[in-house]
Design a protein around this ligand. Structure first.
Ligand code: UD1
Length: 308
């Protein structure tokens, strides 16, 4: 039996990871989620899943859980994922996005917990809006928001702390992840979830700017595949990996793809660019490829599954 902890396991990426992990009959999964963004209905029904509606900032609870359960794998995905929220509440989001990570590391070290791998989810936001492209793991780091600052600090804590105290850790920088279960509620949700929601609700979709901005959109199945691969590969340790496709797609091209797949016209309104948005972003993924993992979904393949 493999004991696995997924923090943020009721959220978009966390619950999609759990959907995959549960397919292996040897896995027993514990989920921590305070349901601030995640949803209970995202969690599959299985006697091999234990769910605790708790915050990762409940240190007493977290310590007891880690000490009692002695997890083999920890996927630390819980976070305040909204950049806008981090700008509104930097102190609160710092606790969730950074201090919770340090607490997990300290608990592992102080109690000599025998974990096989701790994976931390960071973000392409750490690169900020420096124009050099594609973004490599060695590119300039220029976090522009409390969210990005905390993601970078947490990621570095996880990696360097792992080296210092001999704890097996790895970190990933997600590019623009999309797929079922992504919550479209906030105006700062992933653009593809907002686009899909507008279509479902028969509303027009607002493009900020001319639509020629491009991103590295990666389908959730590839993200889940990448993080499991990095967690179980003993050689992938104390390193950070971009998790993207290495391909760029403009918003206009995505909209065309949606129209083609759905065989319908989408009502689009072009409005002013959003302040603070970056125009272009995409990843270089040579480092990820060198580990033996290759994303398999092109944007049109991913969208076909997403829109099915
Ligand atoms: C993403 C992250 C953000 C992070 C940034 C840095 C998400 C949801 N956001 O932002 O937290 O700081 O990377 O790498 O992962 N757009 C529209 N209409 C909409 C919504 C968005 O035209 O209704 C446009 C945006 O202006 C932007 C593009 O779509 O140009 C993508 O937006 P978004 O999904 O928010 O992602 P990022 O801007 O890449």
């Amino acid at each position: 039996m493999k004991k696995i902890l997924v923090t943020g396991g009721a959220g978009f990426i966390g619950s999609s990871l759990v959907d995959e992990l549960i397919k292996d009959k040897d896995n027993v999964i514990t989920i921590i989620d305070d349901l601030s963004m995640g949803k209970r209905e995202n969690i599959p029904n299985s006697e091999k899943i234990s769910f605790y509606e708790k915050s990762v900032c409940d240190y007493k609870f977290m310590e007891e859980l880690l000490i009692n359960e002695k997890f083999e794998y920890i996927y630390h995905l819980a976070a305040v994922a909204s950049v806008a929220d981090s700008i509104e509440r930097p102190s609160y989001t710092h606790k969730v996005n950074l201090e919770s990570t340090l607490n997990i590391l300290e608990t592992i070290r102080e109690n000599d917990l025998p974990i096989t791998k701790l994976l931390f989810s960071s973000s392409a936001a750490v690169y900020g809006n420096d124009p050099a492209l594609p973004k490599k793991e060695t590119s300039l780091i220029k976090p522009m928001t409390p969210y990005a600052i905390d993601k970078f600090s947490s990621e570095q804590f996880v990696l360097r702390y792992g080296e210092l105290y001999d704890i097996q850790t790895v970190a990933v920088r997600f590019f623009n992840v999309y797929g079922p279960k992504q919550n479209p509620k906030s105006p700062y949700s992933g653009v593809l979830s907002i686009l899909k929601d507008s279509i479902d609700k028969d509303r027009s979709f607002k493009v900020f700017g001319d639509g020629e901005q491009y991103r590295d959109f990666i389908f959730i199945n590839d993200v889940v595949g990448a993080i499991i691969h990095l967690a179980v590969s003993p050689k992938c340790v104390h390193e950070v990996y971009n998790v993207g496709t290495g391909k760029k797609t403009s918003l206009n091209a995505v909209i065309k793809n949606f129209q083609k797949i759905l065989n319908s016209n989408i009502s689009i309104e072009y409005v002013e660019s959003r302040t603070g948005d970056i125009k272009y972003s995409y990843a270089e993924i040579d480092k990820l490829l060198s580990t033996g993992f290759k994303p398999v979904y092109s944007i049109s393949q991913g969208l076909k599954v997403y829109l099915k």
